[in-house]
Design a protein around this ligand. Sequence first.
Ligand SMILES: [Zn+2]
Ligand SMILES: [Zn+2]
Length: 363
Amino acid sequence: MKWRSLAGCLVLLMAGPTLAAEPAATTGTVYYVQPLGDVAPEHARFACRIVTKRFDVRCKILRPRPLPRRAFNARRNQYDADRLVHRLFNDLPRDGLGLMGLTNGDLYDAGRSRFVFGLASLVDHVGVISLARYRGQWWGDTDDRSRFYERFMKVLIHEVGHTLGVGHCPNRHCAMRDDTTLADLDSSPRRFCDRCGGSIERGSKEGPRSVSWHYTRGHGHLQRGQFARALYHLEQAAELDPDDSRVTNDLGVAYLRRGDRARALWYFRNAQRLDPDFAYPRYNEGLVFVAVGDPARARVAFEAAVSIDPGWALAHRQLGFLYSEVLEDPDAALAHFEAYLAAHGDDALVEERVRMIKGGGGN
Ligand SMILES: [Zn+2]
Ligand SMILES: [Zn+2]
């Protein structure tokens, strides 16, 4: 029952995949269940009933889709849950509070042990659960229908909780506790503790058309290189709250990646004005100046970023290369490269530069 958290703000320039069609919009807030592969219709209906009952939201079952072949790992005879969640991101309709994939395929997560019952994103509003291991038969035991549905329900409410933005709970009497084994799951509580219950209630109210929903959708599209869809959601978020510095910064990133540097710069400066202690827009401003060939201004922007966040490896790396390759200041370059390595940066190129500078091998 693993979850993923929001990765750091998007700061690297890279090419992305082409756009897919946006799912059709409908009205109202709905939680979606997406059968993947050969899932019994009664299991999809059971999932929807539980979601409606436990989370007090409408639920709809989407047309079944085949399991993506690329998510299958033949060596393990399992599906990569992370890949499935990544794929499901684009399938969340515009009125979707969240989306849960259901599969009979067995799931694994590369960062974890042998299997996962499910995986969900804390920010992308999507997750997937596997029905493979709820049957006693899987474990060499007799099948027990009520136990199957009990396990199904527990994993489902836990993963839906993640898709509403709730992480793992240290309270052993809470359904959001982290269960990794079948014995854990069988002893897992069905109820949420007060704290998680409150967060879930807030999460289900912060549905489509809220600032945070549009922001997380926009951020997710941005990370996937889907700029048109990123801009749609970020503009919606900015319209709802023009003073949100995260939204403003991401709008700058989206325009920068579309090649509109002037507009990007305007957003980065606006984000700095909204939150002077926010390091990302300063770093991103530095990227604009690198792109237009203005190293002096790039240096000022990156230095401002590391003065706000002295342990930011990526910003030290940028400064290291700027000082060593453009500004011809090996001492300053060395200081930033060393700060990069001290912050657990692991770029071998940086290590090589440090050796070169220390050995007097030029800049
Ligand atoms: Zn979990
Ligand atoms: Zn809890």
